[in-house]
Design a protein around this ligand. Structure first.
Ligand code: DC
Length: 226
């Protein structure tokens, strides 16, 4: 594996991307970039500014005035900063998740995010996670993965995740409906929709443990090391 390698991991919500991408980066000594966190931070800014998220022009104006940065913390991993304030935990609220669709579909906002993501990855040596990374952001990356799992499995994982965090869980049926709604909006978006890059390796994680998925990704990277 070259030191300046780029590994992209795309896929729908609940497919295990975050856990896998973080751990693959750690074991291979690479940086990790969560691009969803960048869209979340932009959405948080729009909500804080109390702008109407339906107003594309306003969203573009706000994004042009926004200072986003990502930093690596040795202990905690990737941290995200918005206008000089760390917001890594604040971006995980339901309110952000419920409004993010509006931000993700704006062409100029995506363009800005794409340029920033390319800049962060410009020296390589990075695992980048998102929805359009293998298709749009790093289409020439040598290692591309598309993680997927059945809707039942993804809902079950979200339920377990929430329960383990001590969050009162919604019932699995409701979680399933939420995930289906997010899949639909990510896949049907006009610009940079979620889809498998033609040359990405599909990994169906249904029935696999996280450890099995991590090992699979690492073994493919090592097998094809150039
Ligand atoms: O990975 P996540 O759940 O934190 O992502 C939040 C939202 O951001 C998700 O609904 C899709 C969107 N997203 C995107 O449009 N493009 C990316 N590269 C990453 C995330």
């Amino acid at each position: 594996m070259k030191k300046n390698v780029i590994i992209t991991i795309d896929g729908p919500a609940g497919a295990g991307k975050t856990t896998v991408a973080k751990e693959v980066a750690k074991r291979l000594g690479l940086l990790y970039l969560d691009t969803g966190a960048m869209y979340r931070a932009m959405t948080l800014k729009a909500l804080n500014e109390k702008i109407r998220v339906e107003d594309e022009k306003k969203l573009i104006d706000v994004s042009n005035e926004t200072n986003l940065s990502v930093m690596k913390d040795e202990q905690k991993g990737m941290r995200i900063w918005l206008d000089g304030k760390e917001v890594t935990d604040e971006i995980r609220t339901e309110e952000v998740t419920n409004n993010i669709w509006w931000v993700c579909k704006v062409k100029d906002v995506r363009e800005k995010m794409k340029n920033m993501q390319r800049q962060v990855g410009s020296n390589g040596g990075i695992v980048v996670e998102g929805r359009d990374i293998g298709t749009v952001v790093f289409p020439d990356a040598p290692y591309k993965f598309y993680l997927d799992a059945s809707i039942d499995e993804r809902a079950k994982r979200r339920w377990l995740e929430q329960t383990n965090k001590g969050i009162e869980s919604s019932d699995i049926e409701k979680l399933k409906q939420d995930i289906e709604k997010r899949d639909k909006s990510d896949m049907e978006r006009e610009i940079a929709p979620l889809k498998k890059a033609e040359d990405a390796i599909n990994v169906d994680t249904t029935g696999l443990t996280i450890e099995q998925v991590i090992e699979k990704v690492i073994s493919i990277v090592n097998q094809n090391a150039t």
